[in-house]
Design a protein around this ligand. Sequence first.
Ligand code: F6R
Length: 369
Amino acid sequence: EKGGYDYFMLKEIAEQPKAVSDTLLGRIDGSGSLTLDEVRIPPGVLREVDKVVIVACGTAFHAGLIAKYAIEHWTRIPCEVELASEFRYRDPILDQRTLVVAISQSGETMDTLMALRHAREQGAKVLAICNTNGSTIPRESDAVLYTHAGPEVAVASTKAFLTQLVACYLVALYLGQVRGTKFGDEIRDVVRDLSGVSDAVGRVLETMEPVRELARSLAHKDTVLFLGRHVGYPVALEGALKLKELAYMHAEGFAAGELKHGPIALIEEDLPVVVVVPSPRGRSVLHDKIVSNIQEIRARGARTIVIAEENDEAVAPYADHLIRVPATPTLLQPLVATVPLQVFACELATARGNEVDQPRNLAKSVTVE
Ligand code: F6R
């Protein structure tokens, strides 16, 4: 059932191109418009939405953090993202015009479920993004957009994460479509870019041997830091989470712009620091800033592991290890940039003799608070 792989996690990492294209399937019509028929919240209600609140836990929360960038950029609706466990204990401000998006692979995470119950009690509409048909979270929501990742068995989430991102982008574009903030052509452009992502993920997977080699060479380390900006910041958080749960290493993700506000004090000789670099095209300010961050940490002795677009020559002189990913529009980059981090964590766990599919102390679905 592991399909020839040693671990479910490896199989699920490899299934990502298909998971991504399956999640897009049937949701785009011939003209490039979105047809999210499952979203049964009437367009009239969606047009009135004045705030989006995303609630989730763990990896699904990281998908939500990325979704915020897309939702605000494409729809101009303010979007908050909150850990489900924090959300409902702080008396959040919600009403009929709030759209709450609950993201959950299992559909059974207790904190997320309690958050959405609280939201509905306040009159908010809840849209679930979920991978498990008929589970509790979609049953209790007003609408559901299923991710079609297929069953995810390994405790560490991989393919579900990528499909959560795809679903979030679809929701963002759909909101834009319904509200007219994104017009046909623009939606079609993004949809076309999204349709190309499955192949791009496939290409990333073909180039992972150096990443595995690097991971093995770092098996004796105690700490790995991750830096990113913009959508690369949640990717850094996700890279660190994967490493904690699988390799049982101290791993932390930071917003690169925060370096000088504290974390740079952690940099010491030969400390591995993974940096997620945004595209040099498009928002080039972001790119330039992160290149100077890489220079700063390298000058202090960090061993820089740089994830950058193909053809990004500017980063090469400062990268001790360079991991190339295909060019994508900035907002979609997490779909390709996360993959090497999954492979990295999985290989490090293996090298450290850890149980990859069943990390210690963790459960696949957390049905207690
Ligand atoms: C990390 C991981 C967890 C889950 C979290 C939420 O690899 O798997 O952080 O993402 O427990 O689970 P779901 O998505 O089922 O609500």
